[in-house]
Design a protein around this ligand. Structure first.
Ligand code: VG1
Ligand code: CO
Length: 560
């Protein structure tokens, strides 16, 4: 079968965002749209596509099977030698990263729009990961975008559809295609990281038995959850729910937060479940939620870092360094300080952690957006974080039987203090208004008297004085690459922060994110509701930015 060159013209806006290209399914279904972007990946991949091996898989959302076939045809046209595909095209994002690394492939293509809803009217996405298993760095995504802007043709072999339901090795035109089980490689990796026997001992030899509930929100992690919680840890079938991946996530918004993971929150509260957790559509996010105890992602990563050596065999040899994205609270910085570890503050998006991990300077990191992970792979890893928390509880219960999530949180605050944190999302607002909001803030920041200015809350006398304000820029300590305009932040003299950023994962319009953080070392405040403690700061953020005027919304879409 020969390679056919198909004429095409560029589509505007094929620019990968925080985590790949995300658009409505209908956009990807336009003739040549998906092909153009896949061709750009093959053209831009480091070292070219000729003779290379790649992994292909995703969260199984609507339109994935069709795109797997498109990728196979273009892979054949672009000289790729071997494609490793998850059965039915399904692999969680962490599982793709793990496969790229364990099979030492030249990269992978992930078919997911992560936590965005799926189905014919919703979102699809394509992301390219490089040979280290992590999301392509900005120089590669910039090149992909450049190629899409000038594309005139793509190359393919007109192959019939391959049956991707059967495991094994196949010859498909000029390609070798291996269809692999979606979960086994990943589960084997987790077994090398955690002490499952120790977790089992706590789960089965405690009376009454600790109760666990994992909610896959109809996303990709259902089979992974079953393999770990039911098969490996011996928990009952009732300890997992929404565990069959559905192409439209059963209409759920597969984002593990208090708003969207209500199926989890309700059952945990109703049944007094000790340990609850949820994951997102593609399995890289997680939420930890026990009866009456919500763990903010910023606290979660700090606590995992604090317990790592004691609870997780993978870190027995020592933790190398810690990191967080800029808007994430400074809780992890305090752990790093106490342990004498390096800590890095990177822009939003997991791609910025990869270089530090590859250089052996980073072990554990996280983002406030329910992303937690380590250098066992190069993506954030929802199921890993859930098992990490089970490992912490098992270890904590050895020291003091009956320890709950709440107890772990309080013990942490008693040592390190508490960072109150919240994020307000204003989704799908008009792009012009969002741009104007950001431009206005930049102008304010540039005024000579902005630093030193005090702002008073609207419903109380609390006021905050600006210590520093800037647009976050990051110089990668490993390769020296510079990323600018990564979010506008204001630090106040009392250590509080507010941050404004535009999302890079939406599929239409603009999403404004407002992040607020306030640190307390006052034990009387540790049990407070974050929204109460943060109220004055939020009021100041809204009034100084004139956010409601610019984007014409009086309430956020989601508060986390
Ligand atoms: C959001 C989060 C960011 C995360 C990204 C991908 O990006 O804020 O922290 O890395 O989603 O997460 P943005 O640009 O919309 O703020 V997901 O689970 O794709 O994989
Ligand atoms: Co995700």
């Amino acid at each position: 079968m020969s390679v056919v060159t198909v004429q095409t013209t560029p589509f505007a806006g094929q620019k990968p965002g925080t985590s790949g290209l995300r658009k409505k399914v209908k956009v990807f279904q336009q003739p040549h749209y998906t092909e153009n972007f896949v061709q750009a990946i093959f053209t831009a991949m480091p070292g070219g596509s000729d003779g290379k091996t790649i992994v292909v898989g995703g969260d199984g959302r609507y339109y994935s099977p069709e795109v797997v076939q498109i990728i196979l045809r273009l892979a054949a046209g672009n000289g790729i030698k071997h494609v490793v595909v998850g059965q039915h095209g399904v692999l969680s994002t962490p599982a793709v990263s793990a496969l790229i690394r364990s099979l030492k492939t030249d990269g992978g293509i992930l078919l997911t729009a992560s936590h965005n809803p799926g189905g014919p009217e919703n979102d699809f996405g394509i992301k390219f990961n490089t040979a280290n298993g992590g999301p392509a760095p900005e120089d590669v995504t910039d090149k992909i975008y450049k190629v899409t802007e000038g594309i005139t043709s793509y190359k393919q072999v007109e192959l019939p559809d391959l049956d991707i339901s059967k495991l094994g090795e196949f010859t498909h035109g000029p390609l070798k295609v291996t269809i692999v089980d979606s979960v086994s490689n990943y589960i084997e990796l987790l077994k090398t990281i955690f002490d499952f026997e120790r977790i089992k001992k706590w789960l089965h030899e405690t009376s009454p038995k600790p109760t666990v509930l994992f909610d896959a929100l109809n996303g990709v992690t259902g089979p992974y959850g079953r393999a770990i919680f039911v098969e490996e840890l011996g928990l009952p079938e009732s300890s997992i729910q929404n565990a069959t991946p559905l192409p439209d996530f059963g209409g759920l918004h597969p984002d593990p937060n208090l708003t969207y993971a209500h199926t989890l929150v309700e059952r945990v509260e109703r049944e007094n479940i000790l340990f609850g957790a949820a994951s997102d559509g593609d399995g890289d996010r997680n939420m930890i939620y026990g009866k009456g105890a919500f763990v903010t992602p910023s606290d979660s990563v700090a606590i995992i870092a604090d317990w790592a050596e004691k609870a997780i065999p993978y870190f027995k040899g020592g933790v190398k360094g810690l990191a967080r994205s800029m808007p994430t609270s400074g809780a992890i910085d305090l752990v790093a300080k106490a342990k004498g570890l390096e800590v890095f503050e990177v822009p939003t998006g997991w791609k910025f952690f990869g270089n530090l991990m590859d250089a052996g300077r980073l072990s554990i990191c996280g983002e406030e957006s329910f992303g937690t992970g380590s250098d066992h792979i190069r993506e954030k890893d929802g199921v890993w974080a859930v098992v990490a928390w089970l490992a912490i509880l098992a270890a904590a219960n050895e020291e003091k039987p009956g320890t709950t999530i709440d107890d772990v949180l309080l013990a942490h605050y008693n040592v390190y203090g508490r960072s109150f944190f919240s994020r307000y999302d204003y989704e799908e607002v008009e792009s012009a208004g969002a741009e104007a909001l950001v431009n206005n803030l930049r102008e304010e920041f540039a005024k000579p008297d902005f630093v030193g200015q005090s702002f008073k809350a609207t419903t109380s006398d609390t006021s905050f004085t600006v210590k520093e304000a800037a647009d976050f820029a990051y110089t990668d300590p490993v390769d020296g690459s510079v990323s600018t305009k990564q979010g506008l932040y204001i630090k106040f003299t009392d250590g509080s922060r507010i941050i404004f950023r535009l999302s890079g994962t939406g599929s239409s319009g603009a999403t404004v994110r407002l992040y607020v953080e306030k640190y307390s070392k006052n034990a009387a405040e540790y049990g407070e509701d974050a929204q109460v403690g943060l109220k004055p700061l939020i009021e100041v953020a809204l009034s100084l930015s004139k956010l409601q005027d610019y984007i014409k919304r009086d309430k956020p879409t989601v508060i986390t």
